[in-house]
Design a binder for this molecule. Structure first.
Ligand SMILES: Cc1ncc(COP(=O)(O)O)c(C=O)c1O
Length: 442
């Protein structure tokens, strides 16, 4: 079968896309290798976003495609309700080895899902089920944070804090901490976390005062908010949040869909910040993005509380047809083996200082009002053209793509997160293209 490089664009309703604008001037990718894409016209495009924060080990990894092919030819699908297959157990065991936490706090139990959104909704349901299992059945409210992104399930949008994802849809009982973004006090922070804002974690006390701790099951935050435009936690914030939550019997969930698997320079953000939550949600880098998959990691306290009751009863009425899909597990095992063999779970720490210097060199470009970096992530915030919020960053995005660089923009913020395999010279190339685009766009 041959595929046209100019397909009919009518039938595919694209996600999170201005469909009509896109279809008038499409950007179509056709191939990928290493840290580069090729578009349908054969142009090489540096992947400044690991696809969509997914491809941490770089594109076209033959170890993964071989493992996938072998798995497809051996056991293509297996049901996971009252049935199992060895690959799912093997992958969970390997994941538990790298999971954050020590002793009782180790997040060693793995519940598979099909995506980040499913991981978030799964974690929220586990939290509510856990509270009920320990006699706290009134705890059904979940707390998120303004500007948080936790996918698009009803649970995820309820705890999420991006208005466009929420305003049209009903939500489950929730409330929100204030976000921590503060340009007036923390702009252009370099060499560490933003100094100001740890006290914003006290918002959890405020919400406990407002709703009563006995109504709250869990609080979920992205340790580093990604999709909203790379917001770093203020120094001491996550520790403080954990302490307050513990005091009130509220579970802490870190949404590590983006920060997991080496993005910050440690296996997980929980390791990087030295704060172990009760659960983490993951996806994306779990399989290097090549097969859709997510996973929720929990500690034994949660897991064991739900393993009570008669042994012939299902403990958690939850799961997906594709939970523990054999092909996804095979892709995940091959991905994890690359991460470990090539030291990718900590490589961002080696590149962080070069990365920080390179990205901060954009500081004096017109319209740049903030730059923040951590590990191999960066957010570059632009001032808006009057009320047209997002228009300037979008123009930079289009300009970069034309000149061979894929970046991601959200509102007026450029987010960068290249594959963890990127070389220093390629980082410099990325910055050159971006700097030119910033100069060109008015
Ligand atoms: C922190 C976070 N949680 C959840 C999700 C949702 O993941 P998915 O798009 O795989 O459903 C994302 C996606 O970007 C994310 O960044």
């Amino acid at each position: 079968m041959t595929r046209a490089n100019t397909p009919n664009l009518e039938n595919y309703w694209m996600p999170f896309t201005a469909n009509r604008q896109f279809k008038a001037r499409p950007r179509l990718l056709a191939a990928a290798e290493g840290v580069f894409y090729r578009d349908v016209d054969g142009n090489r495009i540096l992947d400044g976003t690991s696809g969509l924060w997914c491809v941490n080990a770089g594109h076209g990894r033959r170890e993964i495609s071989r493992a996938v092919e072998q798995q497809l030819n051996t056991l293509d699908f297996a049901p996971s309700f009252q049935m199992g297959h060895p690959v799912a157990f093997e992958f969970a065991e390997k994941l538990a080895e790298i999971a954050p936490g020590e002793g009782d706090s180790k997040l060693k139990h793995v519940f598979y899902t099909g995506s980040g959104s499913e991981s978030v909704d799964t974690a929220l349901k586990i939290a509510i089920a856990y509270q009920r299992a320990i006699g706290q059945g009134t705890r059904t409210r979940v707390i998120g944070r303004e500007r948080g992104y936790h996918g698009v399930g009803f649970g995820g949008i309820s705890v999420g804090g991006l208005v466009n994802n929420r305003r049209v849809f009903p939500q489950i009982p929730s409330d929100h901490l204030r976000h921590t973004h503060n340009l007036a006090r923390n702009a252009f922070t370099k060499g560490g976390l933003p100094e100001h804002g740890a006290e914003l974690a006290d918002d959890l006390e405020r919400l406990v005062g407002l709703h009563g701790a006995e109504t709250i099951a869990a609080v979920i935050v992205e340790p580093v908010a990604g999709s909203t435009g790379v917001l770093l936690p203020p120094e001491g914030y996550l520790e403080r949040l954990k302490t307050i939550a513990e005091k009130h019997g509220i579970l802490v969930v870190f949404d590590e869909v983006i920060s997991g698997f080496g993005r910050l320079g440690a296996p997980f953000a929980a390791d990087y910040f030295g704060v172990t939550p009760d659960m983490i949600t993951t996806a994306k880098g779990l399989t290097n993005g090549v097969v859709p998959m997510g996973a929720v990691f929990t500690n034994s306290r949660i897991h064991d509380a739900l393993m009570q009751g008669p042994e012939d009863q299902i403990e958690l009425f939850h799961g997906y047809t594709y939970s523990g899909h054999p092909v996804a597990c095979a892709a995940g095992l091959a991905t994890l083996s690359i991460y470990l063999k090539e030291g990718l779970l900590t490589r961002a720490a080696e590149l962080a200082s070069h990365w920080e210097t390179a990205v901060h060199s954009l500081k004096d470009r017109t319209n740049v009002i903030d730059i923040r970096t951590i590990g191999l992530v960066a957010g570059i915030e632009l001032g808006s053209r009057g009320s047209a919020v997002g228009a300037r960053a979008y123009d930079v995005f289009v300009d970069c793509f034309k000149r061979g660089l894929l970046i991601r923009v959200t509102g007026e913020i450029i987010a960068l997160s290249p594959p963890l395999t990127i070389e220093k010279g390629q980082i410099d190339d990325l910055i050159l293209i971006l700097a030119d685009a910033l100069d060109r766009v008015d």
